[in-house]
Unconditional design. Structure first.
Lengths: 354, 85
C-alpha cells in the first residue's frame, strides 16, 4: 500500500483528551455505566449562530476536525470521510418524539436535517466551504476503520491529497436505554477503571469523536504511519489469531517486531476472550494496553486506539492507566491495534513510528 | 398585544434554539432576519410551522412569510388578526 501518514489528530472522549498537556495522566473515574464525553469549550471552535442547531455529535465532530486540521497545518482538506456506528441519534430521537407528540404533523426541518448519519461530515464541509469528496461510512464497530481504508485507497490514487477522516458517536436517551434493556450495557453501576475485571455481561457506554488528517508523504509534523489495516465481519478467536499472524507476516514483520498491542477489551465477559486469546498466547511477552476502561465503549471508540498509538510515538510516554500487564516496551516502533464488538466487526491495524 | 409579543419571543428562542439570547434582548421592531437576530431560511420554515401549530395559521404562499416575519411586532399583529386558535 502507498504511504499513509497521520499528520494531525484530535479526540474528544469522556476524558479531557483535548488538553494537549494531559495524555491520560489525570483520568476521571466514572461511577456509572453510561457516561458522556468531557466537553471542551465548543464556543472557541464554533460560531454561536452555527452551534445552536448542533447536537453533541456534531459539536464534537466539528471541534475535533478543526483541532486535527490545525495540528496538521492544513486549512482545506481534499476529502472528508466520516464513520459512525449510529449517527446523530439525539436529533433522530427528538424527530421521532415530535412525530408521535404532534400526531405526524407540524414536523420542522431542523431535526430532520440534523438526524442523518452524514450530518457531521456535512457540517464540517459547510463550515470549511469544502466541496470535495464527502462520504460517511456506517459499518458498526469498523466505521472508522472503513473510512481509513477509503482514505488509504484515495491516497494510493492521488498521493497529493490531504484527507480528513473521523469517527463520531453520541449517547442518546432512548437508544442507549434499549442497549441497557438488551444487556449490551451492564445493569449495575461500577467504577469504570475496574471495568476489565468486572466479570459480568455487557459493557459501559460512552461517546466521542476522533479525527485524523492523512497524507501520503511523511512531514515534519507526521505522528505515525498507518502501515496497513484490515477488517473482518465475523471470526472465531483462533481465526483472529491466525489473521493477525498473517497480517503481520504480510508486512514483512514477525511478532517479535511488534512493540505493543492496543486492545479493545470492554469488560464484557461474553466477548473479551477474543482479546484474552491473544494476550495469553502470541502477545504474552508484549506490552499490552487497553483503553475502554477509561473512555468507554461506542462504535467508533477504536479510533481512540489510533490516537493513543500516535501520542505514544509523539511523547514517548505510555500512560500507566492503559497498561494491563507488567511488560514495558524499550521503545515503540510498531504498535498493533485490534478491536471487535460483540464478536463482530473485527479490525487489525499496524501503526509505525515515522 | 404586549403579552402575545412576549409569548412569541419565548417561542422563537425555544423553537430556534437561540440559547444565548434573552427575551429582553429582542426588541419588538428588531428585524428577525439579516442584521437583527440573524435568522436564516431554515428558521423561516420553523416559523411557518410554529404559526400553523400554535395559532392555526396556514400560510398559503410561503413568500408571505417575508413580510410577516419582519419583526416580532409585525408577527404579533398578523397573528392577532388571523389566528384560529
Amino acid at each position: 500500500m502507498s504511504g499513509c501518514y497521520i499528520n494531525g489528530i484530535a479526540t474528544i472522549t469522556a476524558q479531557p483528551t483535548t488538553d494537549p498537556n494531559n495524555f491520560l495522566e489525570d483520568v476521571i473515574a466514572f461511577d456509572e455505566v453510561i457516561f458522556r464525553a468531557t466537553d471542551p469549550d465548543y464556543k472557541a471552535y464554533i460560531k454561536p449562530s452555527a452551534m445552536r442547531r448542533m447536537s453533541k455529535s456534531v459539536k464534537m465532530g466539528v471541534t475535533t476536525s478543526k483541532i486535527a486540521l490545525a495540528s496538521s497545518c492544513i486549512e482545506m482538506p481534499d476529502a472528508i470521510i466520516t464513520g459512525t456506528g449510529m449517527g446523530c441519534k439525539q436529533d433522530s430521537e427528538k424527530f421521532l418524539e415530535k412525530i408521535l407528540h404532534n400526531d405526524e404533523q407540524f414536523l420542522t426541518p431542523t431535526l430532520f436535517i440534523q438526524s442523518t448519519h452524514n450530518t457531521v461530515g456535512g457540517q464540517i464541509a459547510l463550515g470549511l466551504g469544502c466541496k470535495a469528496y464527502n462520504v460517511t461510512y456506517v459499518q458498526g464497530a469498523v466505521s472508522f476503520e472503513t473510512s481509513i481504508i477509503d482514505a488509504h485507497l484515495m491516497l494510493s490514487e492521488s498521493p497529493e491529497k490531504n484527507i480528513l477522516v473521523g469517527g463520531i458517536d453520541e449517547i442518546a436517551k432512548n437508544s442507549t436505554l434499549l442497549h441497557t434493556l438488551d444487556g449490551h450495557i451492564k445493569n449495575k453501576n461500577i467504577n469504570v477503571l475496574d471495568l476489565l475485571d468486572s466479570n459480568s455481561k455487557g459493557t459501559v457506554c460512552s461517546e466521542g469523536a476522533t479525527f485524523v488528517v492523512l497524507g501520503s508523504e511523511r512531514k515534519e509534523n507526521s505522528l505515525a504511519k498507518i502501515v496497513d489495516i484490515e477488517t473482518k465481519n465475523a471470526a472465531t478467536p483462533d481465526e483472529i489469531k491466525k489473521d493477525i499472524e498473517k497480517f503481520i507476516d504480510r508486512q514483512g514483520l514477525s511478532i517479535n517486531d511488534i512493540d505493543a498491542i492496543v486492545l479493545g477489551n470492554n469488560g464484557d465477559i461474553d466477548f473479551d476472550h477474543y482479546y484474552k486469546n491473544l494476550q495469553n498466547s502470541i502477545f504474552s511477552e508484549k506490552e499490552q494496553l487497553c483503553y475502554k476502561h477509561v473512555i468507554g465503549e461506542y462504535h467508533t471508540a477504536s479510533a481512540v486506539g489510533f490516537w493513543i498509538a500516535s501520542k505514544i510515538f509523539e511523547t514517548n510516554k505510555v500512560p500507566s492507566v492503559l497498561k494491563v500487564n507488567n511488560i514495558s516496551a524499550q521503545n515503540h516502533k510498531n504498535i498493533l491495534l485490534y478491536n471487535q464488538y460483540r464478536a463482530k466487526n473485527h479490525s487489525i491495524a499496524l501503526l509505525q513510528r515515522c | 398585544m404586549a403579552e402575545l409579543r412576549e409569548e412569541l419571543k419565548e417561542k422563537i428562542i425555544e423553537q430556534l434554539s437561540l440559547e444565548d439570547i434573552e427575551i429582553g434582548e429582542i426588541g419588538d421592531d428588531d428585524p428577525l432576519f439579516g442584521d437583527g437576530l440573524g435568522l436564516d431560511s431554515i428558521d423561516a420554515l420553523e416559523l411557518i410551522v410554529l404559526l400553523e401549530k400554535d395559532y392555526g395559521i396556514k400560510l398559503k404562499d410561503p413568500k408571505e412569510g417575508k413580510a410577516i416575519f419582519e419583526s416580532v411586532g409585525v408577527m404579533a399583529d398578523y397573528i392577532s388578526k388571523h389566528r384560529t386558535k
